[in-house]
Structure formats: C-alpha cells, structure tokens
Design a protein around this ligand. Sequence first.
Ligand SMILES: [Zn+2]
Length: 556
Amino acid sequence: MLLKQKEIPDIILYNAVVHSINENDDIFQAVAVCGNRIIAVGSSEDVCALADSHTKRIDCRGKSLIPGIHDGHNHIWEAGLMYDGIVVFGITTVADLQRKIADRLSGMKKGQWLQGGSYIESQFEENRAPNRYDLDAASPENPVVIERIFGASSVNSLALAAAGITKDTPDPEKGKIERDPKTGEPTGVLHGNAVLLVRAVMPGPFGSDEFGAGRGEPSTGILEKSISLALERYKTYGITSVSEPGVSAAVCKAYHNLKKQGKLSCRIDLMPNWYGFTLMQDEAALSTLIDHYHFSSGYGDEWIRYTSLKMAVDGGLTSGTALKSWPYKGESGLRKLNLRLDLDKLDGYIKTAHNSGWDVGIHVMGDVAIEKAVDAMYKAIKANPRPHRHHIIHAYYPTAETLSKMGEVGIMASVQGSFIYGEADGYDAILTPEKQEEFLPLKSYLNAGVICSLSTDMPCADVNPFWSMYSAVTRKGMRGHCLGEKEKITLTQALRMLTLNGAIQNGEEHYKGSIEPGKVADMVLLDRNLLTIDDESIKEIKVEKTMLDGTFIYER
Ligand SMILES: [Zn+2]
C-alpha cells in the first residue's frame, strides 16, 4: 500500500478497479481521501484498515475508478451557448434532428430564435446538410439556425426572411447562398460569409465565421451563465479539468467571478488569445498584449491557471482550409487558402512568447502548417532551452521529420478522437484510403515519444470523452467507418491521454492527473470495468460518480 501521511480518511472507495495512471499503470483496489487529497491507494483490505468511525466507505462493486478527466481543448462558454439552444451531435437522421428541434421548441415562445449545432453532412444517413424545408417542418413558427461544424449553417424559412434573403439576394463576398438549381430559391444552406447575413439579425451572440471567430463578445453575465450551463453537463461526463483555448479578458473575468461565488465545478486552464484569430489582426495591440499580463505560463492556483497562449495557422480539414502539401481526393491541385496569420512572422511570434516565459498552443491541421509551427517552436527552444509545455493543437498530419523534432525537444500534441467519431464517416469523400490511415496518427505520435492529450474541442465536436476514447482505440466514426488499423492505440494509452496528459500539457502533473497519494482527489467512477470490456462498448461508458477536490459533484 502507498500511504502519503498518517491521516484518517474521510472517504474510502473500495472494491474498485483503480486505474492509477501512475508511472507503471498500476491497478489498485481502493483509494482513501482526506479533505481534498488522495492519501492512500492499495488493496481494499489495507486501505479499509485506515478507516475510523467517521470514514464514509463506498463499495465500488468491481467497477473502474479513473482519474478526473482533463479535456485539454474545449471551448466552454461557446458550448454553453449551444446548450442554451440545441446540441445535434450524435443524431444520425434528418427525422431525428426534426424531432429534437420540435422537442426543444415546446415551451419556447412563438417567434423566439432557436440556435444550435454542430452538424456535419456525413453524420446523417442522408449524407447532406439539413435544408429549410426540413427545418420548416420541425419549426414553422420559430426562426431556426443550425450551425455546421465549420464554415456553413442551415436555416429555416423564417430565418431567411428575417435576414431578407430571397432568390434575388446576391452572394456576399467569400460566401454562397445555396440555391435550388431549377427555381433559384435559397435552400436554407448558407456557406462562408453568407452565414453572417443571418447572424446579423439574430439576437444574442452565437456561432462563428469561417475561422471560428464569434461576431462579438458577450457580456460577462452571459459568459458566466454559459460557462455554468456547460459545466453542469460536463460533470456528468467525469470532466474535472478543462483547458479553454482562446480566451479574452472578459472570459477570464467570468471564470474569476464564478470562482469567487463558489460556482466553479471544474478546474480551468486559460489560454489567452494571441495571433491568428481574425484575418485582420491588430498587430500593434497583439505585440504588447503579453506585457499587460505581468505574468506568464503557470500563473494561478489549482482552480484557475494561465497556461499558454493560443495561436492559429490554418482552418479545418472538412471545410477545405487545412494548409497541406497534397490535394483532396479527386482534385489535381491545392486550394487557395486564407491563412490566419502571416507565416513569415511565425518564428518571431513564437520566439517572443518563448523568451518571455509563455508557452504556446497552436492550431495546425495540415502537414505544412504543422511543419512551420514545429519548426518555429524547435528553433526557439534550441536557442533558449527552458522547461516548456509548447503544443500543437489538432495536429492531423505530422510528417516523419516533424515527429522526430517534436520528440527531441518535447513539443506535445493536443488531439481529438472526437473528430474521428464525428467526421470520419465522411472522409471517403475527401481523402484517399492512404490519407485516412495517416489521419491523426496517435500510434506514430507515441512511437516518436510525443506526449498527446486527448480532448474533444466541444462545441466543434461532442463533449463525450468516451466517444473520443472509442475512436482513438478503434479508429471508427459514429456510423462505423474505420480509418484503418495502423494507428490504433490501446484503451490504457487512451485513458492516460484523457487524464494525466492533459495535466502534463499544462504543467500540472505534480498535483493532478493520476490517482496517487498527495494529488487532488479528482476521480470518476464508471458504470463498468474497463479491463473486461470490448472496444465497441467504450462508446457506451457512463459515469456513475464524479469527485472533484474530495467532494462528489455528480451522482447518477
Ligand atoms: Zn477548438
């Protein structure tokens, strides 16, 4: 038995399968908690012997107990806005979407806008975007806007009318109003900047432009409400830590307010916005932004920490905006892209951050974007070696050379199995079998010694961490399409990515991420034993109890 100090436990969880995620992936049977800390792990007999009359004992009936889940890339407040409307992940037919919309509308006032997301065509058996007629059938009296994962949205007739979009409306610059080829009538599917025509008349902040930037900053009050709404859901998935990428000062303030009010049911890593968030950046403002903080990576406590700057280079794979060296399936050349920052300045940006003590997390999808970002980080680290947690985000297509550089200097990857789950069923249309096999190569990352954290990118994909885990292990999408066998990882490897590696990405592994004496008591009791389940049932895993800081915050 491993015992931290001679204290009497407040709570003992025994008769469990404890996945410690310690150095050796040891499995224990029991854990003792005193206050907000884990004080012992070991056999049920040994740990239960520590109890006295005040100790609460919980029989886990042979089920798995895992460290609290750390979603290392998750846009909480935007997820909250979506929960305020409807979430359409996991829906597989247009008819089910219609039912979900109709359900959500009951109880809403006539004329009130309903907004939700995020769909991708391949999730539906119909393999197409929902159109105005689909949405009209479900919502004849309320304007409806359902966002695509990236770069488009589907709206009903009332929303089109509110925006004044008719068959005579010209396409906006960098946008397309999809039209019926026979009648010229808008179908309700809006691409690129055409999305903004509807967004301009919608009440409240929601959605994103081509690159995921919202149309305005909500008030701190709305932010606090949205964050709380999302965190209420997250605890049902065992999520006890989240890294929120790309935050403004107002978002930071909302988190601090919630903490002050005792309403923060999750540990938060904040990644302030830096270069790459709009096409027209204010270079002068950004160049002095990090000086205003008077601190750098690692500032904060066990609840709110400032961990790295968020940057972005390219767009998305299914929206055709990933910066890569090879064409999409069936195309002979590369598409013309707008990038999110000036690539020639990338080395300088990263050097500045690195030398001022800030780590960087950078959104990169295609092989060229990854290569540029890793090169810039590699040079900055080599010129000024210091402990760091620089990481690339999404990181779909690393080359062999970038993998070896990452392994050499410790650049990490923040990856999302959730995109395989949500999008892989449509990859046949845009990627050759070879490129599907190479997509998000988790095993290659492991072989290169790169630490990966597994996250969800909610609301760009669903927040369910077990769907993300399922796809990391099986390489399958929600409708069963498999990307290939070569890059599969084991369930234990995926579990480590989902827990401890999130803490490592943020420099927090000394106090959380695994079930070890001395660490904070963030743990999740699952509804089954992970050692005996088959891979297919990973996606069915449910959480029975979530413990945060020694207190149960969720019980099913
Ligand atoms: Zn994201």
